[in-house]
Design a binder for this molecule. Structure first.
Ligand SMILES: C[S@@+](CC[C@H](N)C(=O)[O-])C[C@H]1O[C@@H](n2cnc3c(N)ncnc32)[C@H](O)[C@@H]1O
Length: 227
């Protein structure tokens, strides 16, 4: 990760940019609230890694009343948008390429749909380890695109407009890297509670079976506890 560079926006589709990503993810964040967070975050220090325009952290604060929220991302323009929307929340957003400035600062870290873009998982695990307090928890949602034909279609579609490389780490690669660094690793499937809209001739899936298969069978959540 230290080799990462700052970018402007992550989603490079013309006339879309990261605004479209945010629109698409609002329902997904509701699933994150329902499905991923299994403890109160009230009065906690929370890091959102790969926060983009920052909407999830705001939702977490509205729901739990955080002590402090920090969102980080390599996409400078999206971080600017996130900062321009801060009201009275105890939140800040930073454009950065590594987490070395944070030492045992957070009770909770979260990343939603980011780890599939991280090539060097062990380095990422070490950085999160350093940023978390002892017994801190890192929740990671991971849309695994590596295992099915439908997943590979999605991965190719993302590669068309993603400003960063898409990684191909398997669940085992991710789990083993975090365990080696000193996390207790557990995992579950992410159960969606929303409807998925269908578009005939979508470039994202060959048939609606692929869409449903991916949403129900290939989305995971890691719960990683710093020992
Ligand atoms: C698919 S988007 C997900 C954004 C957000 N977490 C959400 O749920 O909407 C992936 C985000 O990860 C960011 N990202 C990719 N690699 C990163 C890295 N090494 N460090 C920090 N952010 C990164 C991208 O800039 C982008 O904002």
């Amino acid at each position: 990760m230290a080799a990462e560079k700052l970018i402007q926006e992550w989603w490079l589709e013309p006339n879309q940019g990261d605004a479209s990503l945010e629109e698409d993810h609002v329902d997904f964040w509701q699933d994150v609230l329902n499905n991923v967070i299994d403890q109160s975050l009230t009065h906690k220090n929370v890091l959102d890694f790969g926060c983009n325009r920052g909407g999830l952290l705001k939702m977490l604060h509205e729901t739990f009343s955080l002590n402090k929220g920090v969102g980080v991302d390599i996409a400078q323009e999206s971080i600017n948008v996130a900062n321009s929307r801060i009201q009275n929340e105890p939140i800040k957003y930073l454009a950065l390429t590594d987490l070395s400035q944070f030492q045992e600062e957070f009770d909770i870290a979260i990343s939603t749909a980011v780890i599939y873009l991280i090539q060097d998982i062990k380095n990422h695990a070490q950085q999160i380890y350093g940023a978390l307090k002892p017994n801190g928890v890192y929740y990671v949602t991971h849309p695994d695109y590596t295992q099915s034909a439908g997943g590979k279609v999605l991965m190719e579609e993302i590669k068309k407009f993603s400003a960063t490389e898409v990684a191909t780490n398997t669940l085992d690669d991710i789990a083993n890297a975090f365990e080696e660094v000193g996390f207790q690793v557990s995992i579950k499937k992410m159960q969606p509670s929303r409807y998925f809209s269908h578009t005939k001739h979508s470039t994202w899936y060959r048939s609606i079976y692929d869409c449903i298969h991916h949403e129900y069978n290939e989305r995971y959540v890691f719960k990683l506890v710093k020992l």
